[in-house]
Ligand binder design. Structure first.
Ligand code: PRP
Length: 174
């Protein structure tokens, strides 16, 4: 990681401005209500922490962790729950918060799984969207930034578990 060249894609100032706008939009959409916000481990933890602190509505939080099985970075499409949420969501307004949507396999699976538990509503907020990489159709309800293909790290996103702590988002240069 130390030897890799990387350049800032989104600075922490740009990120915090975008998050304030997203939080305002979400707060308006759920005005008068209460949300259950579900973060997808591990990558979403920093985005989720910033997002919920900018919301103007109350929320409860929970976390899920998923595992996708494939060889290396190539996902086979098999996704399973590694750690389930603990809160009941039937009849509740639920917002899934994720750091990045790539092939769409992870979020398609999670949305389908949670819908079976009869929430009142279920929406998804993603920090980054690599739209061109979809293997299955998936559209987030709220998107921080749409990005091109490329390896991004920082602000929760990792490279072999490193670099999640970086306050800015970087793209790795070959
Ligand atoms: C990343 C990301 C999403 C998923 C997106 O998780 O956080 O969960 O991949 O990819 P997809 O749209 O192709 O399914 P990762 O497996 O890297 O785990 P992490 O969040 O613990 O870093």
């Amino acid at each position: 990681m130390k030897s890799m060249k990387k350049e800032v894609l989104f600075s922490k100032e740009v990120i915090s401005g975008r998050i304030r706008s997203l939080a305002d939009e979400i707060s308006r959409d759920y005005a008068g209500g209460e949300l259950i916000v579900i973060g997808v481990l591990k990558g979403a933890f920093i985005f989720m922490a910033d997002l919920i602190r900018s919301l103007q509505i109350p929320c409860m939080v929970d976390f899920a962790q998923l595992a996708s099985y494939g060889s290396g970075s190539v996902s086979s499409g098999n996704v399973a729950i590694k750690k389930d949420i603990g809160l009941p969501i039937a009849g509740k307004d639920v917002l899934i918060v994720e750091d990045i949507v790539d092939t769409g396999l992870t979020l398609s699976f999670l949305v389908k799984t949670l819908k079976e538990r009869s929430p009142r509503s279920l929406k998804v907020c993603v920090f980054l969207d690599k739209k061109m990489r979809r293997k299955v159709p998936f559209t987030a309800d709220y998107t921080g930034f749409t990005i091109d293909d490329g390896f991004v790290v920082g602000y929760g996103l990792d490279f072999n578990e490193q670099a999640r702590f970086l306050p800015d988002v970087y793209v790795i240069k070959e």
